[in-house]
Design a protein around this ligand. Structure first.
Ligand SMILES: C[S@@+](CC[C@H](N)C(=O)[O-])C[C@H]1O[C@@H](n2cnc3c(N)ncnc32)[C@H](O)[C@@H]1O
Length: 259
């Protein structure tokens, strides 16, 4: 906790808004997408999706993967509590919707479905996209599948798998994911492994979003390695998320942005 407070204070000190950004690509992304305050009908669907989970008092037995939980002590967990603690926040879900809507990616990969709160934002953001979402816990995945069906997210394929097993066996080089949301197994080793395994899928239009880049010292180290990677040109730190782009024509530049 102390680590995150220290990190956040540093972020506040260094972060800027659109007025300090000279890259037209990033300026447009901020003004037309990040800071777009106009209401959208899809936000009501996101809210409904979340509320229906928050009202679900059933429990499931969760298989713990990844870096573990700082909130849950037991593996028998209420659906409402998982939705409250493990999923994307309402504001971030709206931002994820806007990012997806802005870039209109054809193929999307989400690493870490949980109950599909972020998946629904991706699905609504571009209903024509083909979305693959990965989840290791079969009980959680079962609930997510029901929920995604209930909300007609028909462009989503949910795959129950351990992440690196899937990424190693599915030859990512044959698919170009235009948007990848990394939201599971927040450890340095795993994050860098997924990063390397997915590099063959990049295009000039690709956007990757890493969740919780300041969650721990390890995640900050992973984020620094990612932003310094020679293939990464633009990187944006919004504190909660790190966004990276691989645009060939763009000079390498790092932005720390209040979102
Ligand atoms: C933070 S939650 C995802 C939240 C979701 N994106 C949302 O916003 O609602 C991370 C999920 O990844 C799964 N997970 C973590 N590590 C995994 C691994 N190595 N393989 C498969 N699933 C994993 C967990 O079971 C958990 O449901």
């Amino acid at each position: 906790m102390f680590f995150q407070i220290k990190s956040y204070l540093k972020f506040l000190w260094l972060s800027k808004n659109e007025h300090a950004v000279h890259s037209p690509f990033v300026f447009l992304l901020l003004t037309k997408c990040f800071y777009d305050k106009k209401p959208k009908p899809e936000y009501a669907v996101l809210k409904e999706y979340r509320n229906s989970l928050l009202q679900n008092k059933n429990t499931i037995e969760v298989t713990d993967f990844g870096a573990g939980s700082r909130v849950f002590k037991s593996n028998v967990r209420g659906i409402d509590k998982i939705a409250q603690n493990a999923g994307i926040s309402p504001k971030r879900a709206e931002l994820l919707f806007r990012i997806t809507n802005y870039f209109q990616p054809d193929n999307i990969l989400e690493i870490g479905t949980s109950l599909g709160l972020a998946t629904s934002a991706l699905s609504l953001g571009n209903s024509k996209a083909s979305i693959v979402t990965l989840e290791g816990c079969s009980e959680t995945a079962k609930q997510a599948q029901l929920q995604l069906q209930k909300f007609n997210c028909s462009n989503v394929e949910l795959i129950v798998t351990e992440f690196s097993r899937y990424l190693k066996s599915h030859q990512p080089s044959t698919i170009n994911y235009h948007l990848i949301y990394f939201d599971g197994n927040h450890s340095k080793k795993a994050t860098l492994e997924y990063f390397e395994l997915l590099l063959p899928t990049i295009t000039n239009e690709t956007v990757w979003i890493f969740d919780d880049i300041h969650w721990s010292q390890e995640m900050e180290e992973a984020w620094e390695i990612i932003q310094n990677h020679p293939k990464v040109t633009v990187s944006i730190d919004t504190f909660q998320w790190g966004l990276v782009f691989f645009r060939y024509e763009q000079p390498k530049q790092h932005f720390i942005i209040r979102s």
